[in-house]
Design a protein around this ligand. Sequence first.
Ligand code: GDP
Length: 277
Amino acid sequence: MDINWFPGHMHKARQAIARVMPSIDVVVEVLDARLPLSSQNPLLHELKGDRPCIRVLNKADMADPRITTEWIGYFQREKGVKALAMCAKNKKEAMKIIGLCKKMTPKRDYLFKPVRVMMAGIPNVGKSTLINTIVGREITKAANQAAITRKPKHIDLKNGVVLSDTPGILWPKLQDKHGAFLLAASGAIRDTAMSYPEVAMYTGNHLLGRYPDLLMQRYKLKELPADGLALLEAIGRKRGCLVRGGEVDLHKAAELFLRELKNGVIGHISLERPQER
Ligand code: GDP
């Protein structure tokens, strides 16, 4: 896998965020509940200083609820940090962010001095969806691919809170192959940047030890495959991803597996757990 973030873009994002940060009261970082560590952006933490911060574990509807609860506890150990799990399309859950932003900035006249909230996160974690849900109409375009969305700079919610756009795109920190593969599997990295079979084999192997029953059920397997490659081959045979001669088309099987994982149809799956940190 070969993924390069462009140093020039990262430098620009850093400068832009540093410029906006002084006017921000609360930083809301949207994370993917299925991989909350790898979907963080390190720049944000460095630049937020000691401002109150809300970690939103979004897409919790696709994650393993038990692990999500563990993550909430994990993040809330940090001073000044609150963590909330949600599905961005759920208005009641999304509005909890607004209530919490006010709670974290008490003793102010919201009418004259609204709380300025920076809503930030790496691509594809659900920022646009969340903002649209909070505002109640389509302000930003949600995309089903890791992509760049253009948004208005500030959105006055007229309830004492102003949402501010994140200047520039925030990239995940690719510390190692493990995080990169899981990010690719979650859909945070554009499809073109990855090799399907490589990502699918790695992720399959990772999940065989964690969610064997879900995989066996989904693909109607009688025996648990020994590794990621055996899993892909079994999926390919079950789903007719074959090339001439009856061999499994690994690319097709990988595409199918990753698509199903991304869409949450295999089951409630978390790719990272706090104790594995
Ligand atoms: P952004 O790049 O961070 O603005 O992400 P988007 O809002 O464009 O969302 C990326 C994809 O994830 C879209 O296909 C959304 O429909 C989907 N999505 C966003 N939030 C959720 C969620 O809470 N649950 C599920 N299942 N899908 C979500």
